[in-house]
Design a protein around this ligand. Sequence first.
Ligand SMILES: [Zn+2]
Length: 357
Amino acid sequence: MLNRLPDHETLYKHILRRDPEMDGVVYVGVKTTGIFCRPICPARTPLSKNITFYGSPDAALAAGFRPCKRCRPMDDPNAPGVLIDKLLRLVEEDPSRKWSEEDLREMGIEPATARRHFQRRFDMSFSQYVRARRLGHAFNTIRKGDAVIEAQLDAGFESGSGFREAFAKVFGEAPNRARAARAFAMDWIDTPLGPMLAIADETHLHMLEFVERKKLQEHVERYRRQFNASVLPGETTALKHIRREVTDYFAGKSLTFTSRIAGAGTDFQNQVWDELRRVPPGVTRSYQEMATRIGRPSAVRAVANANRLNRCAIILPCHRVIGADGQLTGYAGGLWRKQWLLDHERRHAGKSEAARI
Ligand SMILES: [Zn+2]
């Protein structure tokens, strides 16, 4: 695991800043105390020479460190918690159900614990999640042509005005106009480089990005406004597909993607993105090469911009485009991720090629 992480000095710079992006990605073993921490631990940062980095809490435990009581690294926000999985399953069994704290206690779940876990994972409490899911369910019912009143009953809201208010808050419009808007589903995918947020409709992927947990809501809000669409936790065929592909990618099983992407760019951007998808894994191109390949050799800067604006990280492999001098240049997800992805692809590209022959 360690060789997949950025080097020691880079990591140390991140933990000096208590960079939330590293939370769930790296764990900090402190040799002088025998304790290991999350990178965002509020305790004083030890000297660089007293630190060993680990890629998982298990690795730190195996090396003999015990978990810090302040930042509680075993409570890993990235590991799909048993509690979260159980609750998600129950919610999906009946998305229209209303949940009380009593319901949770009857199952031996402390409501405050559920709230904390959900807050950490989804940036919303369990009850907010249930409410959003219930509204999403009602929204789909309306789209299928049922009367608003039925959706209202489905959603379990006693009064019409209460329902409309809640709906407006989440979707930014009244239920009667819901048919005009689009509905996107979102989910996160755990990767060795941190969680990725995926947004898709039934058939096409609209976004796949590394997202800092704290900025999740911000991203979703921007997306809602930009596309006049509702974005709610959910599951679609496209999401299932991309989840499988991303998992296979990080496992080194397959570096190619067949997911369909909603081309939401200008003609020029779509042209650049199409060309991006033709850059094979294990290969890098310069911005100049990309510009030449699309027949616009002087549009280097515009190519770089289009590259930067693509919203489907990894699938549209903008990380395979580097400076003419071999420098990595920028990457929205951070240069260390770009380096990791290129190393990973170099390691596995030959293998999957051989598998195809
Ligand atoms: Zn700690």
